[in-house]
Structures are given as structure tokens and as C-alpha cells.
Design a binder for this molecule. Structure first.
Ligand SMILES: Nc1ncnc2c1ncn2[C@@H]1O[C@H](COP(=O)(O)OP(=O)(O)O)[C@@H](O)[C@H]1O
Ligand SMILES: [Mg+2]
Length: 247
């Protein structure tokens, strides 16, 4: 049995009378990249927010690093991190100041060398004194990732990390994440609307549709099971709802 860093069982989230996540179970092993796929509104972000303890599940259980998220949230979040381009960073601060704020929140000591190492890792050294509001979207994404890697997490949640990047920058980010995965056994939960990227990155994928898990497996297994050419075609088949009952 591989070591599980995350186990979510029977997650459910109801907003008012709307069922956003319905009985979702998933696991992530150490060093595994799990792709969370699904059309807009499928429940991906809601699921990630529950896994981060940002919103409380209506029902279900979440264990991370073997600990219950409800009772050990702070301990868990010290060893995990998150990046989403849709969350904004303090805009008037420089790149370095932004990292310093988050570094202090994590209690990283000594902080300055850690920030330098992260700036180097994400190719941000020349932009260190630049104000965050002056960054291009690709540079901003790199800053978000720098922030997410600051505490040397064992588990990373990435909600559409390459959404606003040009193909070259997106590829650099993918190679970096894969390197961190193999060098440090980093585990990653990943979402993207780029199916070629999901196929390249994911060891396994979980397909969500209307809040439910429709299918789960390695990209190859799913492509074979659904008789698709690739994940893109599989996505279209699932999104169009002609695949019920084949999970
Ligand atoms: N705070 C909220 N209140 C009401 N409905 C919400 C809230 N957050 C998300 N939803 C709804 O839950 C569904 C799933 O949303 P989301 O998890 O953001 O999907 P995805 O990330 O897969 O696009 C959507 O229909 C969305 O409108
Ligand atoms: Mg989303």
C-alpha cells in the first residue's frame, strides 16, 4: 500500500438548497500528482476549499498526513500549501515583501535565505523589488507558486496554476513541479482546463461532474475504458453526459 497523504471520504457540500459536492471520495499518495477534472461548476474549487479547511463540509471526513482536518487544521496547513491565481496578493508590496509577509505567517526562520532560494527556483530574482501590481500575469503566477512553495510543503493544492501562462512558461512550471515531485516526493492536487497538460502531469485523475465523481483512474486507463483518443475527447464525452454508469 502506498503511503496516503490525503484521504477524503464521502464529502458533501450544500449551499442553501444547492448540492455542489455530492459524495466525493479521493486519496492522494506521497509523491503522487492527482488531477481533478470537470466542467465549470463541477465542484472542483469547492472540493479544494474543503480540503484546505476554508469551508466546512456538510458531511464527510478529511484526513491529511494521517490527521483529522477538523481537529488538526493548523498542524496540517504548516505542511501543505495552496496556489490559485484567483486569490489576490497585496498589490502595493514588492515581490520580496509579499514573500516576507507569507514567510512570517509560516514562521520560517531564517527567512531571507529561504526567500532568495525560492526567488531563484522560480526565476524571479530580477523581479524581487518590483511591485506586485506591475507584474505580468505569467510573473504573477510564478509569485503565487513561490508563495506556495515557501514553507517547503509536502502537499500542494494548485487550482488552475497555468491558466494565464504562455506555453513556454507553462511548460517551465510543469517541469518544475515534476522535479519537485521526484526530488522531494511532493504530492500535488492539480486542476486545469488544459487536457494535454492534465494527461502529461497526472498520475491519476478524478473526473467530477455536477458534484459527483464520474470516473477515476490513470489517464491511460480512463482513455481505454471510455474508448477515447485522449483526455480531451474523454472530457467532451463526459461533459456531454453520455457516459453515465461507466465508472
Ligand atoms: N459560496 C457559494 N454559494 C453558493 N453556490 C456556490 C458557492 N460556491 C460555489 N457554488 C456553486 O457550486 C458549484 C460548484 O462550483 P465550483 O466548485 O466553483 O466549481 P468548479 O471549480 O468545478 O468550476 C457551482 O454551481 C457554483 O455556482
Ligand atoms: Mg474552479
Amino acid at each position: 500500500m502506498p503511503e496516503l497523504v490525503l484521504e477524503a471520504r464521502h464529502l458533501r457540500k450544500v449551499f442553501g438548497d444547492f448540492l455542489a459536492v455530492d459524495d466525493v471520495s479521493l486519496t492522494i499518495a506521497r509523491g503522487e500528482i492527482l488531477g481533478l477534472l470537470g466542467p465549470n461548476g463541477a465542484g472542483k474549487t469547492t472540493t479544494i476549499q474543503m480540503l484546505l479547511g476554508l469551508i466546512t463540509p456538510t458531511a464527510g471526513e478529511i484526513r491529511i498526513f494521517g490527521l483529522d482536518l477538523e481537529t488538526h487544521r493548523e498542524q496540517i496547513l504548516q505542511r501543505a500549501n495552496f496556489s490559485s491565481t484567483y486569490v489576490s496578493l497585496p498589490y502595493t508590496l514588492s515581490v520580496r515583501e509579499n514573500l516576507a509577509v507569507f514567510g512570517r505567517l509560516y514562521g520560517i526562520k531564517p527567512l531571507a535565505p529561504r526567500i532568495d532560494a525560492i526567488l531563484e527556483l522560480l526565476n524571479l530574482r530580477e523581479l524581487a523589488e518590483r511591485r506586485t501590481k506591475e507584474l505580468s500575469s505569467g510573473q504573477l503566477t510564478r509569485l503565487h507558486l513561490a508563495k506556495a512553495l515557501l514553507n517547503d510543503p509536502e502537499l500542494l493544492f494548485l487550482d488552475e496554476p497555468t491558466a494565464s501562462l504562455d506555453p513556454d512558461t507553462a511548460d517551465q512550471i510543469r517541469q518544475l513541479l515534476k522535479r519537485l515531485r521526484s526530488e522531494r516526493k511532493l504530492s500535488i492536487l492539480y486542476t486545469s482546463h488544459n487536457m494535454a497538460e492534465m494527461q502529461e502531469m497526472s498520475d491519476r485523475v478524478v473526473f467530477l461532474s455536477r458534484g459527483r465523481v464520474l470516473a477515476t483512474g490513470t489517464p491511460c486507463e480512463l482513455i481505454a475504458r471510455f474508448e477515447a483518443e485522449d483526455l480531451e475527447e474523454l472530457f467532451l464525452k463526459i461533459a456531454r453526459g453520455d457516459m453515465e454508469g461507466r465508472r
